[in-house]
Design a binder for this molecule. Structure first.
Ligand SMILES: [Fe+2]
Ligand SMILES: [Fe+2]
Length: 182
């Protein structure tokens, strides 16, 4: 019986967590329009839909085996379009590993982090246990302050705020660098 619930964090994330297969692409799609003032074309839309499917079965999200998660979606894009122009480069880390430029999908993906309604993001992190992973992994990656986050409601709220602020800064920097109009 216990095995039934022994689903990896990556799978949980896709089924009912932050990377939920309908919710996450929805917010990335909205972010794309906000950022580029353009509706994604068919290829871009497919990339938005499949880019995180590679989290399936992964035991980590931001670190370790989670880092290669763009590969699965990238292969889908290669099957359909012969070339992957968006998925591998949506992850800044994976783009570095593969020695490619960050793709156009990278920034809407980051922006989506603060387009989710706060309560929804909190709920998805909580229901899947992603909270524990993100707190640990974000700290390890140096994305959040050292502050000790406990499992209290208040600390978790603080953490979600910090994640959103982190990505707001990422997008501000992106906009400053590329002089994208807001
Ligand atoms: Fe991703
Ligand atoms: Fe994503």
């Amino acid at each position: 019986m216990k095995k039934l619930f022994n689903i990896s964090i990556g799978t949980k994330s896709i089924l009912f967590g932050f990377h939920q297969f309908l919710i996450h692409p929805f917010f990335v799609y909205i972010a794309w329009i906000k950022l580029y003032k353009k509706i994604p074309n068919f290829e871009q839309t497919l990339a938005i839909i499949v880019h995180d499917w590679g989290y399936w079965g992964k035991k980590e999200l931001k670190t370790g085996e989670g880092e290669s998660h763009p590969e699965f979606g990238a292969r889908i894009m290669e099957k359909v379009f012969k070339k992957d122009r968006y998925v591998r480069g949506h992850s800044r880390y994976w783009a570095k590993v593969k020695q490619i430029e960050e793709s156009k999908l990278c920034w809407p993906d980051k922006m989506s982090n603060y387009l989710y309604p706060f309560w929804l993001q909190f709920f998805l992190y909580w229901i899947t246990g992603e909270f524990n992973h993100y707190m640990f992994e974000s700290h390890r990656k140096g994305e959040i302050d050292k502050g000790n986050y406990s499992k209290t409601f208040e600390d978790r709220k603080k953490f979600v705020i910090e994640v959103r602020n982190f990505y707001k800064k990422v997008i501000e920097e992106y906009r400053a660098n590329y002089k994208i109009k807001t």
